[in-house]
Design a protein around this ligand. Sequence first.
Ligand SMILES: Nc1ncnc2c1ncn2[C@@H]1O[C@H](COP(=O)(O)OP(=O)(O)OP(=O)(O)O)[C@@H](O)[C@H]1O
Ligand SMILES: [Mg+2]
Length: 284
Amino acid sequence: MSGLTQIAIETRGLSYNYPDRTAALADINIAVKKGGFTGILGSNGSGKTTMLRCVDGLIRNFGGTVLIEGRDVKKLSPREIYSRMGLVFQNPDDQLFAGTLWEDVAFGPTNMGFASNEIDRRVKAALADVELDGLAGKSIQHLSFGQKKRACIAGLLAMGHGILLLDEPTAGLDPMGEYRMMRLLAKLNRENGTTILMATHSVDLVPLFLDELIILSRGQVHRHGSPEDVFTAPEEMAGVKLRLPQIAELIHELKHKDNIPFDRLPLTVGEARREIIRKMGILT
Ligand SMILES: Nc1ncnc2c1ncn2[C@@H]1O[C@H](COP(=O)(O)OP(=O)(O)OP(=O)(O)O)[C@@H](O)[C@H]1O
Ligand SMILES: [Mg+2]
């Protein structure tokens, strides 16, 4: 495979000012590998939604270039974009429109021209994946906020895109729902090879699941790398209005306030447990 086809999403000098002259994005250069699972982490107003809307071609008059599988998004028709890539909006009310849950999830595969038994199969599987299978006939407007978020994701799953863009997919879900959503996305990524780019401010969840993180601050990339590389000192995170995952915060305090000489900053409970046991001298 050539180098080009290995990159699913690339931005070169991506910049965007809203009509009221808000500078939302400035010179964003990122590359998401095919099959990658990347998070855009940033505080409110840092530019996450704007960036996803540019990548998805919803905003087209941006500066710079966005390439989807090597093709300039400005030169792709909406149909060409939607056949490769789906975007789950931050606010489910902007996305859902049909009468019932079943109708909403069936809309995409119907539009793609699948036969009715294939549509049924896809809708059933997608609703089961997001654990809404008991609610297929329910009116969209009577779903709870968390159920609406999951309904949006089911709508995209039923289309089976190779690239998924998700704007805060776990916001508004209960703690177990957040965890399950991330587990579902990780499974799609691992088993189906779906490339995922998702915006989030959930610093505690992301290191458990994502390969790469882009920290966005005031429309610029502050850091880009593995969660281990990106999460640094609490002071630096505070500078971009974020914090460390709580587990890393604890180890950082033990290191700097209690002088326990941890070599690295664990990001998950499992890693922290191993480091603590090692420091206690129980393991050599
Ligand atoms: N339609 C708009 N017109 C003018 N300014 C906008 C518009 N939409 C967003 N902005 C501004 O652009 C900047 C980036 O907003 P954006 O919605 O991309 O941030 P975000 O990182 O998604 O934030 P959040 O975490 O709150 O969803 C903000 O300063 C915001 O006020
Ligand atoms: Mg947003």
